[in-house]
Design a binder for this molecule. Structure first.
Ligand SMILES: NC(=O)c1ccc[n+]([C@@H]2O[C@H](COP(=O)([O-])OP(=O)(O)OC[C@H]3O[C@@H](n4cnc5c(N)ncnc54)[C@H](O)[C@@H]3O)[C@@H](O)[C@H]2O)c1
Length: 146
């Protein structure tokens, strides 16, 4: 059970991230739903609250360092610590044989799927260390293994 735990989920407004928010909340965590889609994020928070889950929305584009810093600061301001971070936000540029992709698509894929996750961890780890620790789960893809 995750009672009294503070969780943050990037890309939490839709798809897999939204399901992760629901599961963390169902297990007792308070959930910060992070997304650059404000409308979907606020709708997700309303749905979580309807189920009795403590949640709030943070508008953030995880490719923007200042916004990522502010994302973690918003969690600390509201709850005083961060226990769980799930870095899930990413946009697929497709996958397939290397010779069929351009350098531009490869660079975008690294930025959207890897660099942004690293950036989130940079600030999440700093916050977690300050309060004695925490857990980070990064969502990846089979595509990264192929
Ligand atoms: N769906 C699949 O079949 C699949 C397969 C392999 C890996 N994944 C991985 O799972 C994760 C979630 O995938 P999904 O299918 O649920 O995606 P989705 O497109 O349904 O949802 C992604 C969410 O992330 C948000 N988002 C995207 N970029 C963002 C950014 N820069 N800043 C803030 N928010 C951002 C979007 O607004 C959206 O709400 C991704 O990391 C994806 O690579 C998904």
């Amino acid at each position: 059970m995750l009672k009294n735990k503070i969780a943050l989920v990037t890309g939490g407004a839709a798809g897999i991230g939204r399901a992760i928010c629901q599961q963390l909340g169902a297990e007792g965590a308070s959930v910060a739903v992070v997304d650059f889609n404000r409308e979907a994020g606020e709708e997700c928070v309303a749905e979580l609250e309807k189920s009795g889950i403590e949640a709030f929305f943070i508008a953030c584009d995880v490719s923007n360092e200042e916004q990522v810093r502010a994302m973690v600061a918003a969690v600390l301001e509201r709850y005083g610590r961060l226990d769980i971070a799930c870095n899930n936000a990413a946009v697929s540029r497709g996958s397939g044989p290397i010779h069929q992709f351009t350098r531009e698509v490869f660079d975008q894929t690294l930025e959207l799927c890897l660099t942004n996750t690293w950036l989130c961890m940079k600030y999440e780890i700093e916050a977690m260390l300050a309060s004695g620790g925490g857990s980070i789960v990064n969502i990846s893809s089979n595509a990264s293994l192929r």
